[in-house]
Design a protein around this ligand. Structure first.
Ligand SMILES: Cc1cc2nc3c(=O)[nH]c(=O)nc-3n(C[C@H](O)[C@H](O)[C@H](O)COP(=O)(O)O)c2cc1C
Length: 403
């Protein structure tokens, strides 16, 4: 990930929960990214970890007491608030987010937050029942409305022994989210449609034709374009992935749904067709369940609508159209001819036989334009998404198409 954090000043507030110790790892990772970290511990946080551990890691004092600060005059709570580029609360207890949501300022950390107009991020972590409590939900909703960025907890085994939602987001992911906040929003003002996941073509009331697409690559592209400021709609088939935050998400089933949705959204600037759409559909869907008393059955499939080709032909076509090509043989030549036949600008090609692509977090792709072929190394799908985003940003900058 490109480091947008170097020399940024981050104020970390640690509140008192079982995950408080994870903030130490966060400090270490932020330091690796050359972040200048200041730290406030709530009184409860100090019950979980001794401040000396933080001070050793930071090589300086941590703050905690509102009144000691103002007596010293060297650093008051207003200064602590205004000196930072962002304030992050990791972990954020149910109690602390309730105070934030209601403007309570009864200790140093809550005073600093109230006195700050800087970027605010919180990573809640708590027992599942606490997280599902209506009061917590309402508080999180209020904070979201106040433009506080919420780094939602994950599902997993919690310290109290239960399994459910409430586990602190992985520290690595927290760093990535903080980094994204500072990424330049070069695609501001541009609209993008990204398709992802598999299509499902009905055969009879209980059976369907689909494929192994997990949707990971399309979701990563949608998130990356959003992180760079584009207004993104993700049109997705059925996947097991969490809905990305802050995107418009439209869930569809078959190729016809994908096409109708993508067409109805025109005009837009960027179209990334990463969904695995079935080339065929059943000519006539069986109205009843096909009985199993036959040794063989004949099902007639007919060609499905070609979304990429149709969007590329539309008079309101997007300024940049990117297709995906999954092949098992003759990857580059087939993908190149696809690019010309369908009239798109770029094709991202991958060989789905020589590597496990479906469901994997890794991908090895070739980036194909009308003039060039670049073979990219195997990398995480999130990295592929970032590289594609970089190409998209360069395209819009070079052609002076950014509004
Ligand atoms: C052992 C223990 C573990 C706790 N873990 C959590 C937790 O994970 N999340 C949470 O919201 N509260 C947790 N609490 C409750 C908070 O510590 C309590 O609400 C406290 O007032 C929070 O203070 P603060 O928000 O000022 O840091 C825990 C309490 C104890 C005794």
């Amino acid at each position: 990930m490109t480091n947008f954090l170097a020399n940024k000043k981050i104020l970390l507030i640690v509140s008192g929960g079982i995950a408080s110790y994870k903030s130490l790892d966060l400090i270490r990772r932020l330091q690796e990214k050359k972040v200048r970290v200041e730290c406030i511990l709530t009184e409860s946080a100090k019950k979980f970890i001794n401040p000396i551990t933080f001070e050793s890691l930071l090589g300086k004092n941590v703050y905690s007491n509102l009144f000691t600060l103002s007596q010293e005059k060297e650093m008051n709570h207003i200064k602590l608030a205004s000196n930072s580029d962002a304030i992050v609360v990791v972990p954020c207890t149910a109690n602390f987010l309730a105070k934030m949501a209601n403007g309570i300022a009864d200790d140093l950390s809550s005073n600093v937050l109230l006195a700050s107009n800087k970027i605010k991020m919180i990573a809640p972590a708590m027992n599942t029942n606490m997280f599902n409590n209506q009061a917590v939900k309402l508080n999180l909703k209020s904070l979201s409305k106040m433009s506080v960025n919420i780094l939602s907890p994950k599902k997993g085994k919690l310290a109290c022994g239960t399994v459910g939602t409430g586990k602190l987001m992985e520290v690595e992911e927290i760093v990535e989210k903080i980094n994204n906040i500072f990424s330049p929003k070069e695609l501001n003002g541009l609209k993008a449609i990204v398709t992802a996941g598999p299509s499902i073509e009905t055969i009879d009331p209980v059976r369907f034709l689909s494929n192994f697409s997990s949707g990971i690559q399309g979701y990563e592209i949608a998130k990356s374009l959003h992180n760079h400021g584009a207004k993104v709609t993700l049109v997705t088939g059925k996947t097991n992935l969490d809905d990305p935050k802050d995107l418009e998400i439209i869930k569809v089933k078959d190729a016809e749904d994908f096409y109708k949705t993508c067409r109805s959204k025109l005009p837009y600037d960027i179209f990334v067709s990463a969904a695995a759409i079935s080339d065929w559909k059943v000519k006539k869907i069986f109205s009843e369940k096909i009985k199993k008393n036959k040794n063989e059955i004949n099902i007639i499939f007919k060609k499905n609508v070609d979304i990429l080709q149709n969007i590329s032909k539309n008079k309101n076509k997007p300024k940049l159209i990117i297709g995906f090509s999954a092949e098992t043989t003759n990857l580059i030549n087939s993908s190149k001819s696809k690019l010309f036949k369908k009239g798109c600008d770029w094709i991202i090609a991958n060989n789905v036989k020589s590597q496990p692509v479906f469901g994997s977090n890794y991908n090895q792709v070739s980036f194909i334009t009308k003039k060039n072929v670049e073979n990219w190394n195997k990398m995480k799908k999130s990295e592929v998404a970032k590289k594609i985003t970089k190409k998209i940003v360069n395209f819009f900058k070079k052609n002076k198409l950014i509004p």
